[in-house]
Ligand binder design. Structure first.
Ligand code: CUA
Length: 153
């Protein structure tokens, strides 16, 4: 083997070991978990677990809202929510079946929805309009039909 070939081979193996080491430290020492603020749920009992037994939007303060949404194959429940302009909405999303995505177009809300976890993210809707909600994680044969809408008026 040529000398420079051997050097590059060693360089490749060393970087691989370093990156895997960083990943292991992040997962074990720094306790890196799904982006869900550590809130867990029994995925087999989502329909019986409050507040996901009654999904929907709740007003929790002046212009403050909480939206509890269940992402399942192949729709969001509820599929349409309506909030006023300027509403500060915190979305709490979980899945009873497989991994889904929760992406609201023209916003920074983009979460992975993992069975057993409650993902949450907040957004202030400053502009009126209809925002498309999409599942952007491939979840099966009906993945491309999985969408919802957020009406801001
Ligand atoms: Cu749900 Cu793709």
């Amino acid at each position: 083997m040529h000398r420079s070939e051997r050097i590059w081979l060693i360089f490749g193996v060393v970087t691989l070991v370093v990156f895997l080491g960083i990943l292991a430290v992040a997962a074990i020492h720094d306790d890196i978990v799904p982006p869900s603020h550590m809130q867990t749920i029994d995925p087999t009992r989502v329909a019986q677990t409050p507040p996901f037994d009654k999904p929907g939007v709740r007003k929790v303060g002046p212009n403050q809202y909480e939206a509890y949404i269940v992402a399942h194959i192949f729709s969001f429940n509820p599929s349409t929510i309506t909030v006023p302009v300027g509403a500060d909405v915190t979305f709490y999303v979980t899945s009873p079946d497989v991994v889904h995505g929760f992406f609201i177009t023209n916003t920074t809300v983009n979460m992975m929805v993992i069975p057993g976890w409650v993902s949450d993210e907040s957004h202030v809707f400053r502009a009126p309009g209809t925002y498309l909600l999409l599942c952007n994680e491939y979840c099966g044969s009906g993945h491309h039909f999985m969408y919802g809408t957020i009406e801001v008026k």
